[in-house]
Design a protein around this ligand. Structure first.
Ligand code: PMV
Length: 317
């Protein structure tokens, strides 16, 4: 039996603008994970999937169009292998369509399980590329930040480039961060706000390009604040990013309510994280204030609140 896993992620700053080639910062959440358990089955039985969270079971051969069958097919093609006799159970602690990268994490766990069952331990870059190909099917124009941070499991600076592979750099986090993550309970598929923003950008490129540039400045300032361990500055930067996301039309009444509640409860800063229109928001807090912030988020209607500790890291991949 083989068990593989991949973490959830949050985007600290730069979501959406990252689709338009601006830099963004993403952090893995090692304690919240998706898992794949691969159990060998009798010869000739083929490849089967079980996803108890989704109440789904299916076979690779009879359901080749299932997105996770397609991902498995991509892995097999990459390895030049045929489908093994295997039952793969997929389980995840990451809310689906909640801005925490559940699709990419399940994909990364699956890629690793199929590869390991065939005797291959794929490096993060290969896992990331394979998952990226399948992310494209869900929302058309993925930036690649989710699959990258999840496959590398490392705090990253990420920027797409028009004629080159994305720039991926490790981030120096000088002081551990305590993040309080509030879930609106509203599920919103990534492609919806991404598609709506694309229409607005097409209708008025100068306005939206200027807003994306402002988000890029925010990401640059956040990187410096992380490296300096300046949490007060980072909180302010997160607030500025939230204002820009509101101007981009990505927030929602539920997100706004949670962001306000966190700030009033003493958070250093708060913003939505991920695709928006639902999903989660994040608040940066001093560790002795995080309970107060968590209570305020519950009181403001959060369906779930988690406290995540992001460790300091030297910034080497
Ligand atoms: O799918 P989510 O909620 O983890 O967010 C994806 C981040 C976006 O910038 C909105 C889209 C992208 O492809 O980068």
């Amino acid at each position: 039996m083989i068990t593989t896993s991949a973490p959830a992620k949050i985007i600290l700053c730069g979501e959406h603008a990252v689709v338009y080639n601006r830099p963004a910062i993403a952090l893995p959440l090692g304690d919240v994970r998706a898992y794949a358990v691969a159990t060998p089955t009798a010869p000739g039985t083929g490849l089967h999937f079980v996803a108890p969270d989704l109440d789904e079971t299916w076979s690779f051969s009879t359901h080749p169009q299932h997105p996770l069958s397609e991902l498995a097919a991509t892995v097999l093609e990459h390895l030049g292998a045929v489908a093994p006799d295997l039952s793969i159970t997929l389980r995840s602690d990451i809310p689906i369509a909640g801005g925490m990268g559940s699709g990419a994490a399940i994909g990364a766990a699956l890629v690793r399980a199929v590869a390991q069952a065939l005797g291959h331990n794929l490096p993060p870059a290969e896992v990331s590329a394979l998952v990226y190909a399948s992310e494209g099917r869900y929302h058309g124009t993925p930036s690649g930040i989710d699959n990258t941070v999840i496959a590398y499991e490392q705090a990253i600076w990420f920027q797409r480039r028009p004629d080159a592979p994305p720039l991926i750099a490790p981030i120096h986090v000088a002081t551990p961060l305590t993040l309080v993550i509030g879930d609106t309970g509203v599920r919103s598929a990534t492609h919806r706000p991404v598609g709506a923003l694309r229409k607005r950008w097409q209708a008025d490129p100068p306005t939206y390009e200027a807003r994306f540039d402002a988000v890029a400045d925010v990401a640059t300032q956040a990187r410096a604040a992380l490296a300096a361990g300046d949490l007060a500055a980072l909180g302010q930067i997160m607030n500025t990013n939230q204002t820009l996301l509101e101007e981009l039309g990505i927030s929602s009444p539920e997100l706004d309510r949670l962001v306000q509640a966190a700030r009033q409860a003493g958070a250093l800063g708060a913003k939505l994280s991920g695709a928006g229109w639902g999903g989660v928001m994040i608040a940066l807090a001093h560790s002795n204030q995080c309970q107060q912030v968590a209570d305020a988020l519950h009181a403001a209607g959060a369906s779930r609140v988690r406290v995540a500790l992001v460790p300091a890291c030297a910034g080497e991949i």
